[in-house]
Ligand binder design. Structure first.
Ligand SMILES: Cc1cc2nc3c(=O)[nH]c(=O)nc-3n(C[C@H](O)[C@H](O)[C@H](O)COP(=O)(O)OP(=O)(O)OC[C@H]3O[C@@H](n4cnc5c(N)ncnc54)[C@H](O)[C@@H]3O)c2cc1C
Length: 454
C-alpha cells in the first residue's frame, strides 16, 4: 500500500480563526484537513424520504454488495476499516440524508463538480457515497481494495471526475458523516469521537491514495469514454429491447464484463450494461435492456432510443470470467437480462480449442422472458459442450421449460459441487442461488457473480 495516512488537523469551529474559506488546500494527495472548516450547506438538507435504500442483508453472500459481511483485517488499517464499517452500519437508516448533505458540501467546496452530475443528483451521489465507504471499509485487504479501486476509478472517469476531486470528496464525506453521527436526533447507537474521526480520515486517505494514483495514470491514457452510434433497436416487448451500437473507436472489454453507458435522452445518468456479444471484428456491441418500473434510463432505452442516437461508453469492469485452466465443468445461471454477459462468454468460448462442458440455466417469469434461449440453443448445436435449460416460475406447465425458481431448478437438476459457477442477474436471485449452492456443497470460492444492482 503506497498510501500514507494523513492525520486530521485540529478541528476548528466554523467561523474560528483556523478555518480556511472554501476548498481545502491541494497537495496532490487527498488531505482530509478541516472536516469542520467547511460549513454546513447553505440550506438545510431535506427530510429523508420514506423509501429505504439500506443495503440488502447479505448474510450468506459475503461482500456481494454490502458492507456488513466483510472479513476483518488486522492492524491499524484493519481497525480503521472496522470503525468505518461500524459507523456506517449504524448510520445506514439515514443514508439518504448523509448523501444529500455530502452532495451539498461537495458542490459548495468544489462547484465545478456539480456539472458532472445529472439534475436529479440523489442516485449518483448515493452511489458515490456507498462506493467510497465500501472502499474505506476494505483498506487492509489489498485484493478487495484493488478491485474496488479499479472499478471506481473507471466509473469516476466516465463521470468526468479527475484525481483532483478526491480531496473534496473526502472532506465532504467525513463532514457529512460527522454531522449525522453527532446528531442528537439519532441514530443513538453511533459513537463519534476523535478516535473514530481519525479512523475515518485514515481510511479515506488509504482508500483515496490508490484511486488518485490510478486516476492520474489513466488521465494520460486513452479517453475515458468512447462515442457510439445506435444502429439497431429491436423492441421485444413493452419492457425489453435489444440495442446494437457501433463504437467510433474500439471498446476494450472481455466477454462477460459490463460497461458504463450514457444515452442522449438521459445525460450524465450513467448506467451499467453488459454486452451480450463477445468482442468482434466489426466492434459492434449488443445490449439487452429491461425497462425497470420508474427507471430513468432503462425505460428511455426501451421506449425512446432510436437509430442514430449517440451513446457514450465508459470502460469495462466485471468479475464474470471463465478460467480455461481450471479443468472443471461450468455452471452458468442467469435471470432475465442477466443472460447477456453469459451469452457473450458462451460466444467467446465457442472459439476455444478446449471448452469446458457448460450447463446454462436461464430463468424468467414467463417463457417470453427467455428471449436468449434460441441464441444459446444455436451455440449448443455447434458442439456438444453446451446444455441449456429454461426455467419459468409463472409458466409451470410449459413442457419446454423447467418449473419453479432458478435456485430450486438448479439444485434439483444435478450436483454442482465440482463445478465453477457464474451467476448473473438480480441481487435476490444471486443471493438465493449462492445460498442453495453452498448448502449443496459448492465451495464459495468457485462462485462468481456481478449483481445487476448499484
Ligand atoms: C454489473 C451490472 C450490469 C448490468 N447489466 C445490465 C444489462 O445488461 N441490462 C439491463 O437491462 N440492466 C443491466 N443492469 C442494470 C442497469 O445498470 C440499471 O440499474 C437498470 O437499467 C435501472 O436503471 P434505471 O435508470 O432505469 O433505474 P433508476 O432510475 O436508477 O431506478 C429506478 C427504480 O428502479 C429500481 N431499480 C434499479 N435497477 C433495477 C434493476 N436492475 N432491477 C429492478 N429494479 C431496479 C431502483 O431501485 C429504483 O427504485 C446492470 C447493472 C449492473 C450493476
Amino acid at each position: 500500500m503506497s498510501a500514507e495516512p494523513l492525520a486530521p488537523s485540529p478541528v476548528s469551529r466554523r467561523g474560528g480563526p483556523a478555518a480556511p474559506p472554501g476548498r481545502p488546500p491541494r497537495s496532490g494527495r487527498a488531505r482530509l484537513v478541516p472536516v469542520d472548516a467547511v460549513g454546513p450547506p447553505a440550506r438545510r438538507a431535506p427530510e429523508p424520504p420514506t423509501v429505504s435504500f439500506a443495503l440488502p442483508a447479505t448474510t450468506t453472500v459475503p461482500a456481494a454488495e454490502g458492507l456488513r459481511p466483510a472479513a476483518c483485517a488486522s492492524g491499524p488499517e484493519g481497525r480503521a476499516a472496522d470503525t468505518v464499517r461500524t459507523t456506517w452500519v449504524a448510520l445506514e437508516p439515514r443514508e439518504d440524508e448523509v448523501a444529500r448533505w455530502f452532495a451539498a458540501l461537495l458542490f459548495s467546496i468544489d462547484p465545478p463538480l456539480r456539472a458532472l452530475f445529472p439534475a436529479s443528483v440523489d442516485g449518483p451521489v448515493r452511489r458515490l457515497v456507498r462506493a467510497t465507504v465500501l472502499a474505506m471499509s476494505s483498506v487492509g485487504r489489498a485484493d478487495e481494495l484493488d478491485a474496488l479501486v479499479a472499478a471506481q476509478v473507471a466509473e469516476h472517469r466516465g463521470l468526468g471526475l479527475t484525481a483532483a476531486a478526491y480531496e473534496s470528496i473526502g472532506v465532504a464525506l467525513v463532514a457529512a458523516v460527522r454531522r449525522f453521527a453527532t446528531d442528537p436526533r439519532g441514530p443513538g447507537d453511533v459513537v463519534w469521537d476523535d478516535v473514530v474521526e481519525q479512523a475515518w480520515v485514515q481510511a479515506f486517505s488509504l482508500a483515496a491514495a490508490p484511486m488518485e494514483d490510478a486516476a492520474r495514470r489513466a488521465e494520460g491514457d486513452e479517453p475515458a469514454t468512447v462515442d457510439a452510434t445506435l444502429v439497431a433497436h429491436r423492441r421485444l416487448s413493452w419492457d425489453l429491447a435489444v440495442v446494437t451500437v457501433e463504437p467510433h473507436a474500439p471498446v476494450a472489454y472481455r466477454a462477460g464484463q459490463y460497461v458504463s453507458v450514457e444515452i442522449p435522452q438521459r445525460p450524465r445518468m450513467w448506467r451499467r450494461l453488459s454486452p451480450a456479444t463477445a468482442p468482434r471484428a466489426d466492434g459492434l456491441l449488443e445490449f439487452h435492456v429491461r425497462g425497470v418500473e420508474g427507471g430513468w434510463v432503462s425505460r428511455a432505452v426501451v421506449a425512446h432510443a432510436q437509430r442514430g442516437d449517440r451513446w457514450r461508453i465508459g470502460s469495462a469492469q466485471g468479475r464474470l470470467t471463465v478460467d480455461p485452466a481450471s479443468g472443471r465443468d461450468l455452471l452458468m445461471v442467469a435471470g432475465g437480462t442477466g443472460a447477456a454477459p453469459l451469452l457473450a462468454l458462451c460466444e467467446d468460448m465457442a472459439g476455444w480449442a478446449h471448452r469446458p462442458v457448460t450447463t446454462v440455466f436461464l430463468g424468467g417469469r414467463t417463457v417470453a422472458d427467455l428471449h436468449c434461449l434460441d441464441r444459446f440453443a444455436e451455440l449448443a448445436r455447434e458442439g456438444d459442450h453446451l446444455r441449456v435449460v429454461g426455467v419459468c416460475e409463472d409458466d409451470p406447465l410449459d413442457p419446454e421449460v423447467a418449473p419453479g425458481t432458478l435456485p430450486d431448478a438448479v439444485v434439483r437438476t444435478g450436483d454442482w459441487s465440482g463445478h465453477d459457477v457464474l451467476l448473473s442477474g438480480s441481487p435476490g436471485m444471486i443471493r438465493a442461488t449462492v445460498s442453495a449452492l453452498l448448502v449443496d456443497g459448492t465451495p464459495l470460492d468457485r462462485i462468481r457473480y456481478d449483481p445487476f444492482a448499484d
